[in-house]
Design a protein around this ligand. Structure first.
Ligand SMILES: [Zn+2]
Ligand SMILES: [Zn+2]
Length: 413
């Protein structure tokens, strides 16, 4: 075997160990005898991940982590025999290190806890591919029947347990539209509490709370956002062939700036550990970001929004997902070919797999062009921007004034 194959098998052996660990964890939540033992681990910490009882901590390692690592070691050894590859011994070494550290913690010989259980308030959002403290915190304090992954998020992504929507308060704009209604039904099926944000006099079906708002009055939603877990920005305006100044103003006001204002207001509410862990924003930017929507002003305003979201989410305190949809049937687009119910189902299923750019379209080009554009824009903006020491949400919310003007103390002109 050449060294590339050996390297791949070495990485594979580590991945296998993690898949076995996460599967064992899932089993520990569904199979009685293991559930009783694993419950000890769930009793060890408070919401700051501080150990409540050193005795329980040792017990959780002795009865939980050590047997789990034993299973990991056994599978890793089996993998070595199966592949006959020296590279696969990496998995054995990797698994054995967890067995030894578990044993040491069980006997009070190792004081330092693992990275997922380091105590202190959370200050970053959950990371996408490698499990961080914020990611795992949700397994303890958001929903024990989700977020099973320990190191790589693969198993949660496959199982659709990367986010739990159960009991989450989800506010959605454009609620009276075809997709808005379909999304709300899909979220209700997932046991979320839904708040419809609408500017029309639409009557909501049972089980949905309605809050009226209108473009330009975003600030009025600030108080409501404190109690919202997920904000879905789904409103939009399609000017079709219109291209006069008033149409340009209206398209950008609705499709670009009202969304950005809502996003800023919502980000200002991300101040607690729970908020860092569970708050999210989903923004429907449309495939007009990269593909024609046969409506120039719609495309221009949605592209601006898409670019600004890419820029803003690099340093955002919570997860921001983009929803990039192709033509679905709605009042904005009566010729749309996809059904809103199917699109909504796909959006929710992909979000539950922690897909941060949710593409649902019939246009194959979007699947190629969007990742290329997004990746290039991400790195360009990441290299040329710095995280802010303090947020400038207030400046962004003042009409007709730039943050630069605000800093200089100028009156908006
Ligand atoms: Zn844990
Ligand atoms: Zn658990």
């Amino acid at each position: 075997m050449d060294w590339i194959t050996q390297g791949l098998l070495a990485l594979g052996s580590v991945l296998l160990a993690e898949v076995v660990r996460d599967s064992y964890h899932v089993l520990a939540h569904v199979w009685g005898p293991l559930t009783r033992i694993h419950a000890i681990h769930h009793k060890v910490y408070n919401t700051n991940l501080e150990v409540l009882s050193p005795e329980l901590y040792r017990k959780a390692h002795w009865y939980g982590d050590v047997p789990e690592a034993t299973v990991l070691v056994m599978f890793s050894i089996a993998f070595v025999f199966l592949t006959q590859a020296p590279g696969a011994w990496l998995g054995v070494a990797y698994s054995t290190s967890f067995w030894l550290s578990g044993l040491a913690r069980a006997n009070d010989l190792l004081k330092r806890t693992d990275l997922n259980h380091k105590s202190g308030p959370l200050t970053t959002p959950p990371s996408p591919w490698l499990v961080n403290r914020t990611y795992h915190w949700r397994h303890h304090f958001d929903d024990g029947n989700a977020y099973y992954s320990g190191v790589f998020s693969l198993v949660d992504r496959v199982m659709g347990t990367s986010i739990s929507l159960k009991g989450k308060t989800i506010a959605i704009t454009g609620a009276s539209g075809a997709l808005g209604q379909a999304l709300m039904q899909e979220l209700l099926k997932r046991k979320a509490k839904v708040i419809a944000l609408t500017s029309s006099d639409w009557i909501a079906p049972e089980g949905i709370q309605v809050k009226r708002w209108s473009i330009g009055e975003e600030q009025a939603l600030a108080e409501l956002f404190k109690g919202v877990d997920i904000l879905v920005c789904n409103h939009g305006l399609n000017p079709h062939a219109a291209c006069d100044w008033k149409d340009i103003e209206a398209a950008y006001a609705v499709n670009t700036f009202s969304v950005l204002k809502l996003m800023e207001l919502f980000l200002d509410t991300v101040t607690t550990s729970r908020a860092y862990a569970t708050k999210e924003i989903w923004i429907n930017t449309s495939e007009a970001e990269v593909s024609p929507a046969f409506s120039p002003l719609y495309e221009l305003s949605k592209r601006s929004l898409g670019e600004l979201i890419t820029l803003k989410r690099i340093h955002a305190p919570c997860v921001i997902r983009k929803i990039i949809l192709g033509p679905f049937k709605s009042k904005l687009n009566p010729l749309g070919v996809m059904s809103p119910a199917w699109v909504a189902k796909m959006v929710v299923n992909l979000a539950r797999r922690d897909i941060r750019n949710i593409v649902v379209t019939i246009n194959p080009l979007t699947y190629i062009l969007f990742p290329l554009k997004e990746c290039a824009a991400y790195w360009y903006y990441k290299l040329l921007t710095k995280p802010q020491a303090s947020r400038v949400g207030d400046a962004a919310l003042t009409p007709n004034s730039s943050p630069a003007q605000q800093e200089r103390g100028e009156e908006p002109s």
